[in-house]
Design a binder for this molecule. Structure first.
Ligand SMILES: Nc1ncnc2c1ncn2[C@@H]1O[C@H](COP(=O)(O)OS(=O)(=O)O)[C@@H](OP(=O)(O)O)[C@H]1O
Length: 286
């Protein structure tokens, strides 16, 4: 898909927003987003960018709506699972995309740090699923995403949605006080997707047949999602997939192809310092 001149000139700058680095695309609709009316059966997918959002979104969509064949063939994942805080870049409409959902449950995605989540989600006790991914692979994935996505700042800037450390620690700590939150790890999903699907079903109180689980695991396999126009973001003109595909590698440990040994050591030292009081543990290889 070709980018028009207007579309190719969309790159925003980062600014501090309540202590978190953000861009206008995720803050211009702030009041509206904060007043979002969640429902008890809503499922909020809460991730730092590039942690496996699309993967878990697609699995959830298949779990609930697999039978709706039209959805599978003509509705892209970013419409099935709308992005709570994004502004509608090509229109002046301020209605939240999630408000337009007619499904039940509504599947909604956010990259907000935990303190930015609209209060109605907590009041309604909506279920939340947080996927976390190790910082090195995530940084590599984010770097390539910023190169190809024209509504992201240039690669090399600080990351949108703030510090990965604050994000994962904030969500991890929330787990001890909010029981409707499930935390999954990208590395676990890669290692044993069937086991993680069972965990997810248990959390949601679902018992799909083994045939249905097999179908979901097959459709949500990286190779199949990469080919699937409804899952691979190829229908979004702001992403230039020739620069780097959205479904890039889907691996644990790709950071080793990008970090030198020296860079990795510097990173590890800083990581130890920042995570020394945290109980969340990541694997950067499996
Ligand atoms: N099915 C499946 N299996 C394994 N890996 C997968 C899968 N689907 C998406 N991915 C990888 O997830 C990365 C994209 O993360 P997100 O979906 O969170 O991106 S976004 O924040 O919504 O833009 C991105 O990671 P990288 O390949 O490392 O860049 C995707 O390739």
């Amino acid at each position: 898909m070709q980018l028009t001149d207007m579309e190719s000139d969309l790159r925003p700058t980062l600014f501090d927003f309540h202590g978190v680095s953000m861009t206008k695309y995720f803050t211009e609709n702030w009041e509206n987003v904060q007043n979002f009316q969640a429902r008890p059966d809503d499922i909020l997918i809460a991730t730092y960018p590039k942690a496996g959002t699309t993967w878990i979104s697609y699995i959830l969509d298949l779990l609930y709506f697999e039978q709706k064949s039209e959805r599978e063939t003509i509705v892209p994942i970013y419409e099935r699972v709308p992005f709570l805080e994004i502004t509608q870049i090509f229109s002046s409409e301020t209605t939240n995309l999630a408000d337009k959902l007619t499904t039940s449950p509504r599947l909604i995605k956010t990259h907000f740090p935990v303190q930015f989540v609209p209060k109605s989600f907590w009041e309604q006790k909506s279920r939340m699923i947080c996927v976390m991914r190790n910082a090195k692979d995530l940084a590599v994935s984010y770097f390539h995403f910023n190169r190809m996505n024209h509504v992201q700042p240039e690669a090399g800037d600080w990351m949108v949605f703030g510090s990965w450390y604050d994000h994962v620690n904030g969500w991890w700590e929330k787990k001890s006080t909010y029981s409707n939150l499930l935390v999954l790890f990208y590395e676990d999903l890669v290692e044993d997707p069937g086991r993680e699907l069972d965990k997810l079903c248990h959390f949601l109180g679902l018992s799909p047949s083994s045939e249905k689980k097999e179908r979901i695991l097959s459709s949500a396999h990286f190779d199949n999602m990469k080919q699937n126009k409804m899952a691979n973001y190829s229908t979004l003109p702001v992403m230039d997939q020739k620069v780097s595909p959205f479904m890039r590698k889907g691996k644990v440990g790709d950071w080793k192809n990008h970090f030198t040994v020296a860079q990795s050591e510097v990173f590890d030292e800083d990581y130890e310092r920042k995570m020394k009081n945290s109980s969340v543990k990541f694997r950067d290889e499996i």
